[in-house]
Design a protein around this ligand. Structure first.
Ligand code: IFM
Length: 478
């Protein structure tokens, strides 16, 4: 199928290196289903989604896209699309299903086997696998023992990472330790709109530190097993702008930048926490969870920084008059995700919007990539997620003409090329997502896939955006 609009791939003016790779991304809990199969034990998302009122429509990941049983068909689809790489996540509760705070417990061979077969299938299709080790499905037993605010979670995570590297690293070359630790900490422990659904700002900051520690310890554990592995970390960096030039708005933007971006970037890349953020949050936490030597453990050489980008962020100082706006696009909650930010608000941005209500502005992706290059020269970059939910409609002929998604992807791919032209070493791009899937607190109500999934029949249908993406990849290789 070819798309007869200005969204055709040849309408793009891309200037990318021939080594640039094109892929698609997914995450275990969002697509696998088979929640009880293969010795898997519950994660925090099983508990959370089965708690009434937490997820829209009471949806759960019990079945999802049934990818666990249909992965061969899904890899065949990837091959048809011409994907060069596939980013998936490994479900920790499939690998060490009896983990406790004190011990990793035995390796669950059935879990290893599943990912081993997936990797073999990908390699046979000529698709390079890249695995995220933590995309939010913490074993429930570890949450019961304290979750990410507890140090033991980071220690067990590193052991689990070492197991995956030892058992799968002969064929799996790229490891992303964590996906979007901001969401794990701020949405999981601050606003409670993600699992485990706690609302305590001191816990948010402890979780931030232990996620950073988990990344550093896991990086070391992976390299101990596989010295040649490519090890990365994926952050949902925010392109933060003040609503006006007023000093109070500029200071508000600086604080949100610190809490979303620098609190992860600085320890990993420079071995320190941003002093302005430690001071701004002093009434919430004394940061005594940072032990001597932790920052050296966290600051490990990073082979690639994964950048996930969807939408811009604008902030404004809140003067206490009128209702505080919190249009930050992360779900409705009476609790704010942000520690020490009661004097900051997030005004509604101008459209157009995606179905998530997220304002669309591709410039943010260029700005973030160029900023990373400017502030951390030499750091290799990868767009590990970018995409959009739109209210797709299945036409009477069965096709899905998602021209809005094509337009979104076209503009953001162009934004990546613009960043490369400005010198940013961006190595590839993964569309989010390969398949429609379980969109966390929104359940199945939001579709991000370039491939449509009929949740009744599990039938997969390539949307127009999938055909467009395949054409783009082909054109880039010509
Ligand atoms: O679906 C999520 C994904 O799991 C993490 N990044 C953002 C996506 C869209 O919300």
């Amino acid at each position: 199928m070819s798309i007869q609009t200005t969204t055709a791939p040849d309408a793009l003016r891309l200037d990318l290196p021939t080594s640039f790779v094109w892929g698609a991304a997914t995450a275990a809990y969002q697509i696998e289903g088979a929640a009880d199969a293969g010795g898997r034990t519950p994660s925090i998302w099983d508990t959370y989604s089965h708690t009434p009122g937490k997820v829209q429509n009471g949806d759960t990941g019990d079945v999802a896209d049934d990818h666990y049983h249909r992965f061969r068909e899904d890899v065949a689809t990837m091959k048809e699309l011409g994907l060069q790489t596939y980013r998936f996540s490994i479900a920790w509760p499939r690998i060490t299903s009896q983990v406790t705070a004190d011990s990793l417990g035995p390796v669950n061979e059935e879990g290893i086997d599943f990912y081993s077969r997936l990797i073999d299938e990908l390699l046979a299709a000529g698709i390079a696998p890249a695995a995220t080790l933590y995309h939010w499905d913490l074993p429930q037993a570890l949450e019961d023992a304290g979750g990410w605010p507890a140090r033991a979670t980071a220690e067990r995570f590193a052991e689990y990472a070492g197991v995956v590297a030892a058992r799968l690293g002969d064929r799996l070359g790229t490891f992303i330790t964590l996906n979007e630790p901001w969401c794990s900490a701020y949405l999981g422990y601050g606003s409670g709109v993600h699992a485990p659904g706690r609302t305590n700002h001191a816990d948010v900051l402890a979780a931030v530190h232990h996620l950073n520690l988990a990344h550093g310890l896991a990086t070391t554990a992976i390299r101990a097993e596989r010295p040649d592995a490519t090890v990365g970390l994926t952050l949902n960096l925010a392109w933060v702008n003040p609503a006006t030039d007023a000093p109070a708005d500029v200071a508000a933007a600086q604080r949100i930048d610190g809490l979303q971006n620098r609190v992860f970037l600085d320890p990993v890349l420079t071995g320190s926490y941003p002093q302005d953020i430690v001071e701004a949050t002093a009434s919430v936490s004394d940061w005594s969870f940072v032990k001597d030597g932790d920052l050296e453990l966290i600051r490990q050489p990073l082979d690639v920084l994964g950048v996930n980008y969807y939408s811009p962020t604008v902030v404004r100082a809140y003067d206490g008059v009128g209702e505080r706006e919190e249009a930050d696009g992360h779900g409705a909650s009476t609790a704010s995700p942000w520690p020490a930010c009661a004097d900051i608000e997030f005004p509604q941005l101008p459209g157009p919007y995606t179905e998530m209500g997220w304002s669309i502005d591709a410039r943010g992706l260029t700005e973030l990539l160029v900023r990373m290059h400017r502030e951390h020269p030499g750091l290799q970059l990868m767009v590990t997620e970018n995409g959009a939910a739109f209210p797709d409609r299945v036409e009477t002929d069965g096709s899905i003409q998602d021209l809005d998604r094509i337009e979104y992807l076209r503009d953001h791919v162009q934004a990546v090329s613009d960043a490369v032209a400005a010198g940013a070493p961006v190595r590839g791009y993964y569309v989010w997502s390969l398949l429609d899937n379980f969109e966390w607190g929104y359940g199945y109500s939001k579709r991000f896939g370039i491939v449509h999934v009929d949740y009744e029949t599990q039938e997969r249908t390539k949307k127009a955006s999938a055909h467009w993406y395949a054409d783009l990849i082909t054109a880039q290789q010509a």
